[in-house]
Design a protein around this ligand. Structure first.
Ligand SMILES: [Cu+2]
Length: 138
């Protein structure tokens, strides 16, 4: 129920990636006031490897990873919670583009500042984090 490290320092233009390696418990990476883990937040797109990727420019931007869950390497995935089909089960080679669950989340920071975030499931247990974004290196 913790982010490691809890504080990360980067520079403008850099990207931070979170990975949930907990095999049992989903977590979120949530910036701003958005409390809904199902809402994906602003400017969030899927990277080619299936990880969700958002752009954050202000500490008040509402950005939510959605639930992040560890993915067994060869798990078959279905679309939007629908039952697995034969095609789902035949996905190969891996990795496949995962549309119903993500293990990783990336945020690229475009402006300097202090960006606090939390897991909406476990912030009451102290699952809080901070990204400090410094001016870009010249
Ligand atoms: Cu959590």
């Amino acid at each position: 129920m913790r982010f490691f490290p809890e504080t990360k320092t980067v520079h403008v233009g850099e990207t931070v990636e979170w990975t949930n390696i907990d095999p049992m418990t989903p977590h979120t990476v949530t910036f701003g006031l958005n409390d809904n883990p199902g809402q994906r937040g602003v400017n969030a797109n899927l990277d080619s490897d299936g990880a969700r990727h958002a752009i954050v420019g202000l500490p008040t931007d509402n950005v939510n990873s959605g639930g992040l869950g560890a993915l067994p390497a060869d798990r078959a995935v279905s679309v939007a919670g629908l039952p697995l089909t034969f095609t789902d089960l035949m996905q190969w080679p891996l990795p496949v583009t995962v549309t119903d669950a993500n293990q990783r989340f990336r945020v690229t920071f475009t402006h300097p500042g202090i960006y606090n975030y939390r897991c909406v499931f476990h912030d009451n247990l102290g699952m809080l984090g901070r990204v400090i974004v410094l001016e870009a290196i010249k």
